[in-house]
Design a protein around this ligand. Sequence first.
Ligand code: NAD
Length: 498
Amino acid sequence: MREVTHFINGERVSGTSGRFGDIFDPNSGQVQGKVALATRGEVEKAVAAAKAALPEWSATNPQRRARVMFNFKRLVEENMDELAELLSSEHGKVISDSKGDVQRGLDVVEFACGVPHLLKGEYTEGAGPGIDVYSMRQPLGVTAGITPFNFPAMIPCWMFAVSIACGNTFVLKPSERDPSVPLRLCELMMEAGAPAGVLNMVNGDKEAVDAILQHPDIKGVSFVGSSDIAQYVYTEGGKHGKRVQAMGGAKNHGIIMPDADMDQVVKDIVGAAYGSAGERCMALPVAVPVGQKTADTFVEAMMDAAQSLRVGVSTDMDAHYGPVVSKAHRERIESYIQMGVDEGADLKLDGRGFQLQGHEDGYFIGPSLFDNVKPSMKSYQDEIFGPVLQVVRAESLEEAARLPSEHQYGNGVAIFTRSGMAAREFASKVNVGMVGINVPIPVPVSYHTFGGWKRSAFGDVNQHGPEGVRFWTKIKTVTQRWPDGDIGDQSFIIPTMQ
Ligand code: NAD
């Protein structure tokens, strides 16, 4: 049985805990490998390797660090097909979507190639008589990232590429469900010229996460996953004196105005709701048509669009989406569909019980569509994270906009309209972190920044872009003067620069 190991100080290291997790192939439902679950001692070894590598790496000039990122980008591109196949085999998303996952990670690596520009500090000449003030951004030290299953290439890159380019060293704890791509990324970083110990990886569960959160040598932790765990990581990491950013779950709404181009809306929402089997934190699982006519037209067109989707194995080039990640997750999604029915929503399309011929044990689930979902329903309030679209009808833009604004999650939201004024007003007022205007999945490009609001993110600094550099560095401000001769009397009042 293939074992996915840890990666410490530049090499693969077998687990010693005797505890392993199963790695499934969601297409077949078969166990295809096992992943070592780290003990606290193994996490400590990874941190020690990162700590030993820190002095030299943080003193390496920023441009030379950036060159490692350039090499890494080239190597990932050369290995794109292999990485995408590996990713699909453990996650279940179709290969073209896996390439997108890798590519969105590479976008952040490209951003990291330019980090030297953002590490430059500020300078004021003559802030007082003969006094200059300047600031510098310095690395935090040993840093860590804890990542979810749904973007096993992109999200690790969000974190380690920026952190390492800023001069930190890193310990990655990827999802135990699809750890093979993160392991390959670690190896490719070494091949790209990162010294041993600069990027390490430990596999594991709560035990490994707690060891990271409590380790005194780790100074900054980035987390992406579900909200309850995000909140725990934020609190526990903060309690141990760390800087923490912790991104959580989502329930993104797409508001459809009566003047929207309905053909385009349906094309956009069918991809955003069902793509990657709905396992995206920026998926669009709630549609809010405004007005009865808009709603009736949308539901009818969406029924046709959803029914014509092809669900297939990850390697099926014509499939729109593949299986979900695990049997337990499929059961959870199906239980939410039942909950929606019990709560009185209209189930127009039922994806439960879907079987793919020849792959009867795979974790497939067909597209589901609910109409007349109400904000009071638990199936609306919770994140389902599957191929289930819920339609909540609204009478006005105000009523529609209140839904995402008042929802517990605030990751992304989209509005579809031809009215610039409505869109502008909506973007300004909505209580959500990322907004799309006629864009269904408004994931910002890497040199902007990614982060939701409310229970979608704990902490106040986003991923990547200048915000990411702020997160992974601390600022030091120097006030200097070079007195020439007598500097006058001692002063007992606070300097005022007068
Ligand atoms: P998850 O919360 O189950 O796992 C995330 C990480 O936390 C994994 O590395 C896992 O090993 C670890 N973990 C799990 N249980 C833990 C515990 N009890 N204590 C400590 N650590 C624990 O999330 P997932 O199922 O892998 O990913 C899906 C979730 O991630 C969804 O909620 C999705 O919305 C969210 N997500 C959010 C974003 C975002 O940027 N906001 C992006 C992607 C995914």
